[in-house]
Design a protein around this ligand. Structure first.
Ligand SMILES: *Cc1c(COP(=O)(O)O)cnc(C)c1O
Length: 371
């Protein structure tokens, strides 16, 4: 029995060809032409005016928060059940992250809890689409309009996904993506900010590039970062983007096959295949152990490892993070759904290169684990 990794990307398109072009021409830095091409093609694909490529999806969030001038004591509402990058971007800006719990079925932020958390200090809602289904956006958009808040949309896991037919990545004043190898489109490491606003795009470009000025290059009015993407990364991205529809279809096939194979295992909560606003794209295939199962996710993952199957735990809620507790954040915060699924949930191999045989092997091991 062969080891099944939790993720393996597919790099057998034009990746090598475009990388060779970079090497042959000597264009390997962020000045190369693949960067612009990738930005334009990615933005066009999602349906946004501007794309700003950066070195990863985490710093895309830092740049988004800075571009929107969110700072000292401003509050930003976000789901507790997400990656640390989201809250880190808010905290590093000196602002205050305010969390809401998640929905027990979709694992996305419970949008009905947002309004009660809005205060005069609230500046933005950071939505994060989780694992394959989008956040239920209608209410978020209505609240943002009603209270004059910006939406920052972390669409890192949503390549090719739509909400009621509208592409994910079009809902934010700034929307961000990641191109880590477990995302539907990868550049190894990489990220992108998308916006329709010329001024915000300009700010994102400046922040990415140390806030150098076009005229007086080394005179700075604001602090930026070096968040630039290299031409090598963008070359891989252009090749990957050519196949995004195929990749999304593969992921959907993977999800459907897993669901068919696993749906009669008692004790296992599976991802929701569809809601009235979207069909799951299965960024990862997550499972949650129901309460009656006598072991937790940590134990399940250990046992699957003995069957040569790699897994990853679910996100750990922001309100339970030791690093934020030490800062005095989230004191007394209680998010029962997130607290349960972080302990009972994990995801199984979900990469684009996963074969049907591997899916069957994983399903078989889960049967042995659960019966
Ligand atoms: C992957 C991911 C990120 C971070 O992207 P990196 O490129 O790994 O920094 C941010 N947000 C979400 C929701 C993600 O899944």
């Amino acid at each position: 029995m062969n080891f099944i990794p939790v993720n393996e990307p597919l790099l057998d398109g034009n990746e090598k060809k475009y990388l060779n072009e970079c090497i042959d021409t000597g264009w390997i830095s962020s000045e190369g032409s693949f960067v612009k091409q990738f930005e334009e093609q990615f933005a066009a694909r999602v349906g946004r005016k501007h794309g700003v490529a950066v070195s990863n999806g985490s710093v895309a969030l830092d740049a988004a928060v800075a571009a929107l001038k969110i700072s000292q004591r401003d509050e930003v509402i976000l789901p507790t059940f997400t990656i640390i990058s989201c809250a880190a971007a808010i905290v590093r800006a000196g602002a205050v992250p305010v969390v809401v719990d998640c929905d027990p079925c979709t694992w996305n932020m419970d949008v009905t809890q947002i309004e009660a958390k809005i205060t005069p200090r609230t500046k933005a809602i950071m939505v994060v689409h989780i694992y394959g289904l989008p956040v239920d956006m209608d209410l978020v958009v209505a609240l943002a309009d009603k209270y004059g808040l910006d939406i920052i949309e972390d669409a890192a896991e949503m390549h090719g996904q739509t909400y009621k037919g509208r592409p994910c990545g079009t809902f934010g004043a700034i929307s961000t993506f990641s191109f880590y190898p477990n995302k539907h489109v990868t550049t190894g490491e990489g990220g992108m900010l998308l916006t329709d606003d010329d001024h915000l795009a300009e700010r994102c470009r400046a922040l990415r590039n140390l806030c150098f000025q076009p005229q007086k290059r080394f005179v700075h009015h604001e602090l930026g970062w070096n968040f630039r993407m290299t031409n090598l990364q963008a070359a891989v991205g252009v090749a990957q983007l050519e196949r995004v529809d195929e990749f999304v279809a593969r992921k959907r096939h993977m999800g459907q096959r897993y669901t068919e194979l696993l749906s009669d295992i008692p004790g296992l909560q599976l991802p929701v295949p569809r809601t009235d606003y979207a069909e799951n794209i299965y960024w990862v295939y997550g499972v949650v152990l129901k309460d009656e199962v006598p072991f937790d996710a940590e134990e399940a993952m250990l046992r699957l490892k003995k069957h040569q199957i790699a897994t990853r735990p679910f996100f750990w809620g922001m309100h339970e993070q030791p690093v934020f507790k030490k800062m005095g954040l989230f004191d007394g915060e209680f998010c029962p759904v997130a607290e349960r699924i972080t302990r009972r949930g994990f995801y199984i191999p979900s990469g684009i290169a996963l074969t049907d045989e591997q899916i069957d092997q994983v399903a078989h091991a889960l049967y042995e684990l659960m019966l």
